[in-house]
Design a protein around this ligand. Structure first.
Ligand SMILES: Nc1ncnc2c1ncn2[C@@H]1O[C@H](COP(=O)(O)OP(=O)(O)OP(=O)(O)O)[C@@H](O)[C@H]1O
Ligand SMILES: [Mg+2]
Length: 318
C-alpha cells in the first residue's frame, strides 16, 4: 500500500475561531476513508484545504509526494473534488456537455478523450437525456450527479467527496456508491468522503476517521467502531407489555447491559449474546403470562458514532 495523501498537524482558524487544531491523517491507494464528525467539526474546512480552495495556517500536506504549499498547480491535477454546494460547481448557462468539456480541457484532456469519458459516464449514470440541458435547468440530484461526473472525468488518483449523495434518490445514490467503489478498488485510487448517512459510510468505507474538537482522535474501521460499543445488540419489547415487576426482573439478569427507549413505544435491552438474551427474555415473559413479542436490533455505525462522539465531547468538556 502507498500513502497517496499525508496530512500532518493541520491548523486552521477563521478569525478568532480555531477549527482545525492539528489534524493528522494518511490516505492509502485503494482505500475509501470516511471522515465523520458532528456539524461544524471542520470536515469541509479540511477537505477545502486539501482541494487548494482554502489556505491552512500551519501543518504539512503531501499528495502523491507533492507538497501542497510548494506545488499547488501540480496537485490540482491529482484530485477530483465534489464540494458540499453543488449548485455553484458549474456554469449555470452552459449545458452539461459544455461544462464537462470545459473542465476536461482545463485538465489538459483533448476532445476525443473527453468524449470517450463522457460516453462512459453518461451511459453508466443514465444521463443521456440531460446531457444537453443547461446546468441551471437540472434538478438538484441531477446537478449533484453531474458534479460527480466532473470530478471523475480525468481519472484522478485522489477523490474528495463532501457529502456526495446528499439529496440523491436511493437508486442514484446506490449507483454512485457502486461506481465509486469499483473506481477505487479496480484502479487503486484513493477516496476521502464525508457523509452523515451512516449506513452509506458503513457500506463503503475501509476506514473511518472521527473528527472532533479540531483533531482526529480515532481512525478505525466501521466494524471495529461498532465492536467497541460494549453492547452488540438490543432486544426490544413493546413498552406497554413491560410491567415494573417484569422490568425489574429483566434488569436483574447479568446479561442485560443497558435499558433505554431507542424508539417510542419500545423498550430496548442491550445484550452481547443475542441468542441467550432472547431465550431469557421469552422465558421471563412467559412466566409473567405475556405472549412474547420481541424484535432485535444490531448496533449500527450510528450508535457507534453517538457513543464515541458523546464520549469525546465529555472528555473535552472536562
Ligand atoms: N468562511 C467561514 N468563516 C467563518 N467561519 C467559518 C467559515 N466556514 C466555516 N466556518 C466555521 O468553521 C466551523 C467548521 O465548519 P465546516 O463547514 O468545516 O464544518 P463541517 O464539519 O463540514 O460541518 P457539516 O457537517 O455541517 O458540513 C464551523 O463552526 C463554521 O461555522
Ligand atoms: Mg461540511
Amino acid at each position: 500500500m502507498t500513502v497517496y495523501l499525508s496530512a500532518k498537524d493541520v491548523h486552521k482558524s477563521y478569525r478568532r475561531k480555531q477549527v482545525l487544531k492539528g489534524v493528522t491523517l494518511d490516505l492509502y491507494n485503494g482505500e475509501i476513508l470516511a471522515l465523520l464528525g458532528p456539524n461544524g467539526s471542520g470536515k469541509t474546512t479540511f477537505i477545502k484545504i486539501l482541494a487548494t480552495l482554502l489556505i491552512k495556517d500551519a501543518g504539512k500536506v503531501e499528495i502523491m509526494g507533492y507538497d501542497l504549499d510548494k506545488n499547488p498547480n501540480a496537485i490540482r491535477h491529482l484530485f477530483g473534488y465534489v464540494g458540499q454546494d453543488s449548485e455553484r460547481s458549474a456554469y449555470a448557462r452552459l449545458s452539461v456537455r459544455e461544462n464537462l468539456h470545459f473542465f476536461g480541457s482545463l485538465h489538459g484532456l483533448d476532445k476525443k478523450t473527453i468524449n470517450a469519458q463522457l460516453d462512459k459516464l453518461v451511459h453508466y449514470f443514465d444521463f443521456a437525456e440531460s446531457i444537453d440541458k443547461r446546468f441551471e435547468h437540472l434538478s438538484g440530484g441531477q446537478k449533484q450527479t453531474m458534479v460527480i461526473m466532473r470530478a471523475l472525468l480525468y481519472n484522478p488518483p485522489v477523490v474528495y467527496l463532501d457529502e456526495p449523495t446528499k439529496g440523491l434518490d436511493p437508486l442514484v445514490a446506490k449507483k454512485i456508491r457502486a461506481y465509486l467503489k469499483r473506481y477505487v478498488k479496480d484502479e487503486q485510487k484513493s477516496l476521502l468522503l464525508t457523509s452523515h448517512i451512516l449506513p452509506e459510510v458503513d457500506e463503503m468505507s475501509d476506514r473511518v476517521a472521527l473528527i472532533a474538537d479540531g483533531v482526529i482522535p480515532i481512525v478505525s474501521t466501521a466494524t471495529k467502531l461498532k465492536e467497541s460499543v460494549s453492547i452488540r445488540s438490543f432486544i426490544e419489547v413493546p413498552t406497554n407489555l413491560v410491567s415494573p415487576e417484569l422490568k425489574d426482573e429483566i434488569m436483574a439478569n447479568s446479561m442485560i447491559l443497558a435499558c433505554r427507549e431507542r424508539e417510542a413505544g419500545w423498550l430496548s435491552f442491550g445484550v452481547n449474546d443475542l441468542l441467550d438474551g432472547t431465550e431469557m427474555m421469552i422465558a421471563l415473559m412467559r412466566k409473567h403470562q405475556i405472549q412474547p413479542t420481541i424484535r432485535n436490533y444490531n448496533v449500527s455505525l450510528e450508535d457507534a458514532f453517538v457513543h464515541h462522539v458523546g464520549a469525546l465531547a465529555q472528555r473535552f468538556d472536562t
